[in-house]
Design a protein around this ligand. Structure first.
Ligand code: PNW
Length: 481
């Protein structure tokens, strides 16, 4: 319900009396308005936090790990803010027990972290490195000993540097599936949830088209579409490889920052426009994965630049999933119009509010529409919010506290909208806050803080922010207040 003031409420009733007979407000209604119920989530809702290997681990040369494309990229002058690298990051490779303690103190029920492919297969393929896997065995043990359910992402952008051609090569898809099979065969006795790939556009478009992310290439459109195709193909091949090797009961999904459209006004025509826009604008990634097909409109639009698809590829790409994970940050808005596609995408006014990262516009309704549109269009049985959170200009005040009221505002607004989706019955199973702690924010280096724990990078000390205290309350009550 949208909170309204008493004056507005009465005024709206007064207006309505002209049309309908006036009903006096019962006392109990006022009592409810004065004491609104907390926004409770379904029983067993999975509250957690998310991180990724290269952003937190450090220890890039230890125990047999070899470079990933992000090591190379971050060490190339001019590629990251201030020349920052993930060499040390949060040193979670050594401090993982402390980080699990942070989760424990929050009362978190689950933790989403990623595996560094270069620790397991330092050359991308070939000989596995047992010491690499040992680290993740220790992390999983520590989580389980603290009653925290591990959710593993197999690929969060840190591709082994040694793989010839990177994602331009179709062989990389096979290498990924082999790595996925190796990991699941060894961990699926205790880990029951795997995400294949995190955010397709961020390592394909940003890595191979704009060059803002590793490997920093600026390829032609046809080559970029081929890289995108290899991304979704690798996902599908991994789904099959995991299913073939994992213990029964293993659930598989992906974590995608689909572009989700919010209808400009909640009318039937604008909702339909948002639906169409979401399906069309995600054609190379989520739509292809969930429909097992590239839309004709996408193939026509790309013309001779369309990806080269081999027989059987689309079936593999569309391999059934157990759940869909959505990373939700900034919104997009669609309105109905008379064009053949039936929608127009809104531009943003310069006054549109954003968080510390300029791209991170604040649009809490996006999380509601993400869950609703994906469930409605693709009949997903289970959904997770695999990332949501924000950067803020966090400072340690004279009392040693970080009063990130702006982050709390952001999170409360989004979770209120997520509650709306849950209360309407959509199958949302859990929520992973990005991020457990400040970390290496890719090309932005350490200049942007997304954590609910502050990291002093000189001492590696972690300090819970106000948002951590707030999230702890949410988890304890299973409700947003
Ligand atoms: C996600 N954008 O990335 C990633 O999964 C995380 O690793 C990252 O730290 C987090 O969100 C915060 O950025 C994104 O520019 C990076 O729209 C950039 C964008 C979106 C998501």
């Amino acid at each position: 319900m949208i909170p309204i003031s008493r004056r507005h409420f009465l005024a709206s009733l007064a207006g309505a009396t002209a049309l309908a007979s006036y009903q006096p407000i019962r006392k109990s209604t006022w009592a409810q308005m004065a004491n609104p119920k907390p926004l409770s989530f379904p029983a067993n809702f999975m509250w957690g936090c998310a991180t990724a290997a290269y952003q937190i681990e450090g220890a890039v040369n230890e125990d047999g790990r070899k470079p990933s494309i992000w090591d190379t990229f971050s060490h190339t002058p001019g590629k990251t803010h201030n020349g920052d690298t993930g060499d040390i990051a949060d040193d979670s490779y050594h401090l993982y027990k402390e980080d699990v303690k942070l989760l424990r103190n929050l009362g978190a029920k689950c933790y989403r972290f990623s595996i560094s492919w270069s620790r397991i297969f330092p050359d991308g393929t070939g000989q596995p490195n047992p010491k690499g896997l040992d680290y993740y065995q220790r992390v999983v043990d520590e989580l389980l000993n603290n009653e925290i359910v591990p959710y593993i992402t197999l690929f969060h952008w840190d591709l082994p540097q040694a793989l010839p051609g990177g994602w331009q090569s179709r062989d990389t898809c096979k290498a990924f599936a082999d790595y996925a099979a190796y990991v699941t065969a060894r961990l699926s006795d205790r880990v029951h949830h795997f995400f294949t790939i995190n955010e397709f556009g961020c390592f394909t478009d940003d890595g191979y088209e704009t060059g803002e992310f590793a490997p920093g290439l600026k390829l032609a459109p046809g080559e970029v579409n081929q890289v995108r195709h290899h991304g979704v193909l690798a996902h599908g091949m991994a789904v099959r490889a995991i299913r073939a090797r994992a213990k029964s009961g293993t659930e598989i999904g992906l974590a995608q920052n689909a572009t989700i459209f919010v209808p400009v006004i909640e009318t039937a025509e604008h909702i339909e426009a948002a639906r169409r826009a979401t399906r069309e604008e995600n054609a190379p990634f989520l739509t292809a994965v969930l429909e097992g097909k590239y839309r004709d409109s996408y193939l026509q639009r790309e013309g001779e630049n369309a990806p080269k698809v081999k027989a059987g590829d689309m079936e593999i790409i569309g391999s059934p999933l157990d759940f869909v994970g959505l990373n939700v940050y900034d919104p997009a808005y669609a309105r109905s119009d008379s064009s053949p596609q039936g929608y127009a995408i809104e531009d943003f006014q310069t006054s549109f509010p954003h968080m510390a990262s300029p791209w991170l516009r604040i649009g809490p309704e996006g999380i509601y529409w993400a869950v609703r549109l994906v469930s409605e269009m693709w009949k997903s049985r289970a959904l997770y919010i695999t990332e949501n959170g924000c950067s803020a200009d966090d400072v340690v005040n004279h009392e040693g506290r970080i009063e990130d009221t702006d982050r709390v505002m952001f999170l409360r607004s989004y979770l209120t909208q997520l509650h709306r989706a849950a209360s309407e019955g959509y199958p949302i199973k859990g929520y992973f806050l990005w991020s457990l702690l400040d970390n290496f924010e890719w090309a932005d280096g350490y200049s942007k803080r997304f954590g609910i724990h502050y990291v002093d990078y000189k001492t590696q000390r972690r300090i819970p922010k106000l948002s951590a205290e707030w999230y702890r309350e949410v988890i304890a009550k299973n409700a947003v207040e």
